[in-house]
Design a binder for this molecule. Structure first.
Ligand SMILES: Cc1ncc(C[n+]2csc(CCOP(=O)(O)OP(=O)(O)O)c2C)c(N)n1
Ligand SMILES: [Mg+2]
Length: 583
């Protein structure tokens, strides 16, 4: 068995593809692999583990891929997922495509079957043209056809995943390459250590100046932070710029915590007002996609002018004209913005450089936002403080929030419909990159994979707040969590269904799930702690206790089956019949 053989024990002066892949990964600092074993990668995984790479074995490749993707997001280094051919590869593809959509650096490495048979469609074991299948859904897709190309192939994958706008990269590794022999000396020479895999891309000074002019002359400026801003790890620079200019900001859901949610300049509680009335909006690592209504009326006004800070030049003008594009990496852009701001705030400099505009604070605009925030917060407080029985989304999330209040280190994973929408609004974050959720696609199934990936790379506790339907997509990974004894607490918002439960006694509808399912028994089967929480004190207590234990736990939080709304907050996206509207 190859896994039991170190390179020194190989016969003569030969090595093989298995060893070379592991060496190439180690040389480039890959210290963790997420995957599912099987032909042709089993020995590769054994060898990787024997050579000191941490291996997390999952129950489904989609979760392994999601773990790799979120590890990439949190560390700025591509997370690596390994799968078997055809079905294992396709299971991993959902995660790879999701990583690309969300701009997370990730590499999916799949073993593949005999090329000669695959290409003639002669029916090999797990036959599939994986490279062709991956290409449309990946940022880049490569195949290694010769053992001497392993080094360069892995280098290309790392660079493609992490440079510029990050994304998912597919790397096809044929069974033949893994088993091929290679001269040790030649093999050593073929390895490539990637230098500066994601080089800074500073913006043009003119672009910075153009954006700054627009911002300085705005009466009602607004900054929108996307997860690209969180990914950039320029937290201090972003925060200081917003504080020094006194502008209001809105975080997209995964950008929560770059500035704390209770920051006085947060406009989150007056979101529609701020968006609808801003005259200049600076988008920072945020795209004008469906999550921002494409920047179009009625949410946005026609007259709003945009600054867009993004690393990808083709993002500019994607949905609406951008008056001041600033193309570059966000960290470099903010260094440049700070330099301009320092000049702008110095009367002395402005005397000698009259072209530098003075950045003034827009107090009236901030006051108006503040008033609306206050009103909305009071309205929400009434809902939050109610304590209905059974619990609803607001009251249960208040119970979760109370348990998290003293735990700023906790990473929060969140998916579902109502569970996601209420969770985003009620669970405050005060640290960057601590909220991991369904993201750009609004996808279900990221829950346990993200929780495991986050726990693996941070060593910190994770609380996964899951709709009961959402949980089902990756629920078997509870065994994975228990096997590795990860500090993950899963809280299931159990309302008996997708969006809501069916009426008692009625047949199951397309959105119905088993009534009163005892999800907590699942984790008990694997030796974890299960809790059944039916009221808010019980839920707060269970979560506090579970977090204090540092051990895997699952809390089945019983939610009123009538509490949810269809599709959560995005009901309007359901297609409506034109026929019905004509009647
Ligand atoms: C992969 C995938 N399949 C299906 C959907 C459609 N979908 C959106 S939300 C959701 C589940 C909502 O129910 P639940 O997780 O229980 O949340 P609740 O609204 O009940 O809190 C589903 C199936 C999706 N977003 N992604
Ligand atoms: Mg539900």
């Amino acid at each position: 068995m190859v896994g039991d053989m170190s390179a020194e024990e190989m016969p003569g002066d030969m090595t093989d593809g298995f060893h070379l892949v592991v060496e190439a990964l180690k040389l480039n600092g890959v210290d963790t692999i997420y995957g599912v074993a099987g032909i042709p990668i089993t020995d590769l995984l054994r060898l990787a583990q024997a050579e000191g790479i941490r291996y997390f074995g999952f129950r489904h490749e989609q979760s392994a891929g999601n773990a790799a993707a979120i590890a990439g997001y949190l560390t700025q280094k591509p997370g690596v997922c390994m799968t078997v051919s055809a079905p294992g590869f396709l299971n991993g593809m959902v995660a790879l495509a999701n990583a690309t959509t969300n701009c997370f650096p990730m590499i999916l490495i799949s073993g593949s079957s005999d090329r000669a048979i695959v290409d003639l469609e002669q029916g090999d074991y797990e036959e599939m043209d994986q490279l062709a299948a991956a290409r449309p859904y990946a940022k880049a897709a490569y195949r290694i056809n010769r053992p001497q190309d392993i080094g360069i192939g892995i280098a290309r994958a790392i660079r493609a995943a992490s440079s510029g706008r990050p994304g998912g990269v597919y790397l096809d590794l044929t069974a033949e390459v893994l088993g091929s022999a290679l001269d040790v000396e030649a093999a050593k020479k073929s390895l490539v250590k990637v230098v500066d895999p994601a080089p800074p891309q500073p913006p043009a000074l003119e672009a910075v100046r153009r954006a700054f002019d627009l911002l300085a002359n705005a009466q009602r400026p607004l900054v929108i932070l996307g997860k690209g801003a969180a990914y950039a790890q320029a937290d201090k620079q972003i925060r200081e710029f917003i504080e020094k200019t006194g502008m209001p900001f809105l975080p997209m859901s995964m950008a929560k915590g770059i500035l704390p949610d209770d920051h006085p300049q947060s406009a989150a509680a007056a979101r529609s007002y701020a968006i609808g009335n801003a005259d200049v909006v600076m988008l920072v690592g945020a795209r004008l996609n469906w999550l921002l209504s494409h920047g179009r009326p009625p949410l946005w006004s026609e007259g709003t002018r945009f600054i867009q800070v993004d690393i990808s030049p083709t993002e500019i003008d994607s949905n609406r004209a951008i008056a001041a594009p600033v193309v570059g990496d966000i960290r470099s852009v903010f260094f440049a913005l700070h330099a301009t701001l320092a000049m702008s705030l110095s009367p002395k400099v402005r005397e000698t450089l009259p072209q530098v505009p003075e950045m003034k604070r827009q107090a009236a605009w901030m006051d108006e936002i503040g008033k609306r925030k206050q009103r909305n917060i009071e309205r929400m407080a009434a809902r939050l403080n109610a304590d209905p029985s059974p619990m609803n989304f607001s009251s249960a999330l208040r119970a979760v929030r109370n348990a998290l209040a003293t735990q700023p280190d906790v990473y929060v994973v969140n998916e579902g419909a109502n569970t996601l929408d209420f969770g985003r609004n009620i669970i405050d974050m005060d640290q960057p990159r601590h909220r991991l959720d369904s993201g750009t696609w609004g996808v279900m199934g990221i829950g346990m994979g993200y929780a495991i990936g986050a726990a693996a790379v941070t060593g910190k506790p994770v609380v996964a707040i899951e709709g009961d339907s959402a949980f089902g997509f990756s629920g078997m990974e509870i065994e994975t969590i228990c096997r590795y004894e990860l500090p993950v607490v899963t809280v299931i918002f159990n309302n008996n269904g997708v969006y809501r439960g069916d009426a008692p006694g009625s047949a199951y509808s397309p959105t119905g799930l088993l009534r009163d399912a005892r999800y907590e028994k699942i984790i008990e089967a694997f030796g974890g702690a299960g809790y059944h929480a039916t009221d808010t004190p019980g839920l707060t207590k269970a979560l506090s206790e579970a977090l204090a234990s540092g051990k895997p736990a699952l809390i089945n939080a019983v939610i009123d089956p009538t509490a949810g709304t269809e599709s959560g907050h995005i009901q309007s996206l359901n297609p409506r019949s034109a026929v019905a509207q004509k009647k």
